[in-house]
Design a protein around this ligand. Structure first.
Ligand SMILES: [Cu+2]
Length: 141
């Protein structure tokens, strides 16, 4: 390949890499769970706008989607929610949580009211250290 064409191709590749790096906020997302990860592991949402998440647990055990501290309103959870017995720790201290049974699908509806970066993790014993962590990024428009 001639040098000019090669350079052009390289710059196009670099531009597209840049644009995918900067995730634009979404109002809807589907998060897929297996042992022991969330896909995608990072979700960017807009502040002060309602969002809907669908959480699909492809795993063989119950998994949780938890954010310890986040300012939010209008929280609604639904779908295949596991019994509280599957949650560990002090359940009341988490602002956002849904526990999805193996093979089940749960839904989360809420509106985050403060921009920031929040850690998502699974509170089932040992799962966070096994790698079940993610990131929710709330951005102002
Ligand atoms: Cu888990």
């Amino acid at each position: 390949m001639p040098l000019k064409k090669t350079l052009l191709l390289i710059s196009i590749l670099m531009l597209s890499a840049c644009s995918t790096n900067k995730a634009s906020p979404v109002n809807q997302a589907t998060i897929e769970i297996v042992e022991f990860s969330y896909t995608p592991s990072s979700i960017t949402i807009p502040v002060n706008q309602p969002v809907d998440f669908t959480i699909i647990n492809h795993g063989t055990q119950t998994h949780n989607f938890v954010i310890e501290k986040i300012a939010l309103e209008n929280l609604e959870i639904g779908g295949d929610i596991a019994n509280q017995e599957y949650l560990t720790g002090d359940v009341s201290k988490y602002d956002l949580q849904v526990s999805t049974i193996a093979g089940g699908t749960s839904t989360l509806h809420f509106m985050a009211t403060e921009p920031g970066e929040y850690k998502i993790f699974c509170t089932v014993q040992g799962h966070e250290t096994a790698g079940m962590v993610g990131k929710l990024i709330v951005v102002s428009q």
